[in-house]
Design a protein around this ligand. Structure first.
Ligand SMILES: Cc1cc2nc3c(=O)[nH]c(=O)nc-3n(C[C@H](O)[C@H](O)[C@H](O)COP(=O)(O)OP(=O)(O)OC[C@H]3O[C@@H](n4cnc5c(N)ncnc54)[C@H](O)[C@@H]3O)c2cc1C
Length: 322
């Protein structure tokens, strides 16, 4: 048997080690398995890129009772069904999300990323040449007595852009305050003139001009704290206030905004939006953040030239982003 010189043996061993390493390195790690992450997974797999997709399993889409604004579904589609279809489509290309939480991402000296994943059974590391954050946002829910159940059942609406059409001419309660609460109520004015804004005891704090706008639009503002929420069948029907009065309506919107899950990106040094105080990841026209190899899609990102992020506007933050 011919024995290779030691130098060649070392070279071959190094190459083998590099291959092993590159075999284990995926082209892209996708964090988040909501509509944005799954859409990216379908596209990237069809581009024959290797990928890993990790999802904690709290997509906002799972809360959609029936969506009527998604093109291609004339009779509407429920959020869980949409997610199941997207997952089934991704699976065709062997892009199956694994359940877990990406707890941190490190930038390696050679420009790759190393992500720590915590799953129920074990923790693991994934090394990727690129990372796409599709981590979404989380709604800031109103602190109301016995409302937890109503929120979990989806009795409280969160997105006027998505389902304002469904409340045409109905009597609507909006929970919110300040300029952002008023903005949401004014947007709803497109659909109905029966609007009451409940501030849950917070001061409305509007400028004279904003107060005039509210008055001109016929929006009632109630600053008295709410002490009870009544639900009936599958909706919130009334709020009882501290002064004993009860206000009935057909549907209730929460306009308290949401926080952006962008901490994984901001910890890597990616630029985030500060002007609206949301912490959304700023990307360019190719979804690139300010960190090479780090991308963002879906509700967790924002393009500076656009005021829209995904399909929902958000004004607050809740995951401790700077
Ligand atoms: C009640 C309600 C009704 C709505 N109705 C409509 C509608 O009719 N039409 C419409 O277009 N939109 C609607 N929306 C908005 C829609 O749900 C969102 O626009 C959409 O889900 C955003 O997709 P996304 O992939 O960006 O984020 P998400 O769907 O929120 O997915 C993000 C995923 O990332 C995961 N994640 C986050 N951090 C990590 C981490 N560190 N590690 C692993 N996983 C992580 C989350 O658990 C989640 O699964 C509605 C939203 C709500 C709440």
């Amino acid at each position: 048997m011919r024995v290779l010189p030691i130098r060649d043996q070392i070279t071959i061993a190094r190459r083998f080690a590099m291959n092993l390493e590159s075999d284990r390195t995926v082209d892209c790690l996708i964090v988040g398995g909501g509509p944005a992450g799954l859409t990216a997974a379908i596209y990237l797999s069809r581009f024959r890129r290797t990928l890993a997709i990790v999802d904690e399993g709290f997509s906002r889409a799972a809360l959609i009772p029936v969506s009527h604004n998604l093109p291609g579904y004339p009779d509407g589609i429920a959020g869980p069904q949409l997610l199941a279809l997207l997952r089934a489509q991704a699976r065709r290309y062997e892009a199956t999300p694994r359940t877990g939480v990406v707890t941190g991402i490190r930038l390696l000296t050679d420009g790759r990323f190393s992500a720590s994943i915590e799953a129920a059974s074990r923790s693991e590391q994934i090394v990727a040449r690129n990372v796409l954050l599709a981590t979404g946002v989380c709604d800031i829910e109103p602190k109301l007595p016995n409302l937890d159940h109503a929120i979990r059942q989806g009795y409280v609406r969160h997105c006027v852009i998505c389902d304002g059409f469904e409340v045409i001419d109905l009597n609507i309660g909006v929970i919110g305050y300040g300029a952002s609460g008023l903005k949401e109520a004014l947007f709803l004015r497109t659909y109905t003139d029966r609007l009451t804004l409940f501030t849950l005891g917070e001061a409305m704090s509007l400028s004279d001009r904003e107060r005039d706008d509210a008055q001109a639009a016929g929006i009632r503002v109630i600053e008295t704290p709410v002490i009870e929420v009544s639900t009936e069948a599958n909706r919130v029907v009334a709020l009882r206030l501290e002064d004993g009065s009860e206000h009935a309506f057909d549907s209730l919107y929460s306009a308290l905004g949401c926080g952006v899950n962008s901490a994984l990106g901001s910890k890597l040094g990616a630029r985030t939006e500060e002007t609206e105080g949301t912490g959304a990841l700023i990307v360019d026209a190719h979804q690139r953040t300010s960190v090479p190899g780090l991308y963002a899609a879906g509700e967790c990102h924002r393009r500076p030239e656009s005021n829209r992020r995904g399909v929902c506007r958000c004004r607050h933050r809740c995951d401790g982003n700077p």
